[in-house]
Design a protein around this ligand. Structure first.
Ligand code: ADP
Length: 272
């Protein structure tokens, strides 16, 4: 079943951004109310598109019965709303599977730059549709991490999808992999994977809550571009399972950078 894990976000200011560390606080928090809120949110997210589909079925049976143009338009809307519900259910299942997996540490040695390349290949059609330019920079020198490959692919996928959604039109997105020895001004230990966009950025007061389930800066915009409000929550859980951190930096008017910091293989206990 679904586990009752929730996290506290610990915030450390970093040059123009925030380091978010997720700590399991299941014992300390009121789980019952967390659950109630979650169920209420899910119900609300499903009810809106469902009401729209039901409404259009009625219209198609009645007034629009013999109006071919109206029928096509309504069917398009119904398709879009159904797709939205389907995306939400997919993300809910993902979230539940990720939570379930958190009891076990990942055990496969992987090169994150290779995973990033595969994730970007999967996103090819989306990138093309957005007419975005995505550049992969590998400064990782083959540094290995212990990871769940498909989960890391999902992390990279969700971050790049967000960069496509909320980044600039025909924007430039850079996916960078930096080994522990690679000097950046962040001076973080571990392997860093960052996704940088040149979109409008995020106001600082949103950053601490950004990875909460269903938290959105602009709900209308998120729904318009097909967001479920769960992408970063999934990312947060996967990073937590990998004992990593998420760093979010954003400058309004310039863009945002999401950085995943993972412990490198040498710091992990050897495989048995
Ligand atoms: P959604 O499905 O709404 O995209 P996420 O959990 O992925 O849900 O993201 C939560 C919110 O964070 C988004 O609705 C958006 O407001 C904001 N956001 C995420 N990524 C970016 C980005 N790269 N630039 C600006 N805003 C972003």
């Amino acid at each position: 079943g679904q586990s009752d894990v929730r996290y506290d976000v610990h915030i450390a200011p970093a040059d123009g951004g925030l380091v978010l560390t997720f700590e399991d606080t299941s014992e300390a928090k009121d789980l019952a109310s967390f659950r109630r809120d979650f169920v209420a949110n899910v119900s609300h997210e499903l009810r809106t598109p469902l009401a729209s589909v039901v409404g259009f079925i009625e219209t198609l049976r009645g007034a629009a019965r013999h109006d071919e143009k109206a029928r096509d338009r309504f069917l398009d809307i119904m398709e879009r709303e159904s797709q939205r519900m389907s995306n939400l259910v997919d993300d809910l299942l993902s979230l539940s599977r990720v939570e379930e997996s958190e009891r076990k540490r990942p055990t496969t040695k992987v090169d994150i730059a290779e995973i990033a390349a595969r994730a970007l290949a999967d996103l090819g059609p989306l990138i093309e549709a957005a007419e975005a330019t995505v550049t992969l920079e590998d400064h990782g020198k083959g540094t290995m991490v212990l990871a769940d490959e498909s989960q890391l692919r999902q992390v990279i996928g969700n971050l790049v999808e967000n960069a496509l959604r909320y980044g600039a039109k025909r924007g430039n997105i850079t996916v960078g992999v930096y080994g522990p020895a690679y000097e950046t001004r962040l001076r973080q230990n571990g392997l860093r994977l960052s996704v940088r966009d040149d979109g409008e950025g995020i106001a600082p007061h949103h950053l601490p809550r950004l990875a909460e389930r269903f938290y959105r800066v602009d709900s209308h915009r998120s729904r318009e571009v097909g967001g479920t409000g769960l992408g970063l929550a999934i990312v947060k859980h996967i990073i937590h399972r990998h004992r990593g951190h998420l760093l979010i930096e954003s400058v309004q008017g310039e863009g945002s950078t999401f950085t995943v910091i993972l412990p490198v293989f040498e710091q992990n206990p050897p495989l048995s």
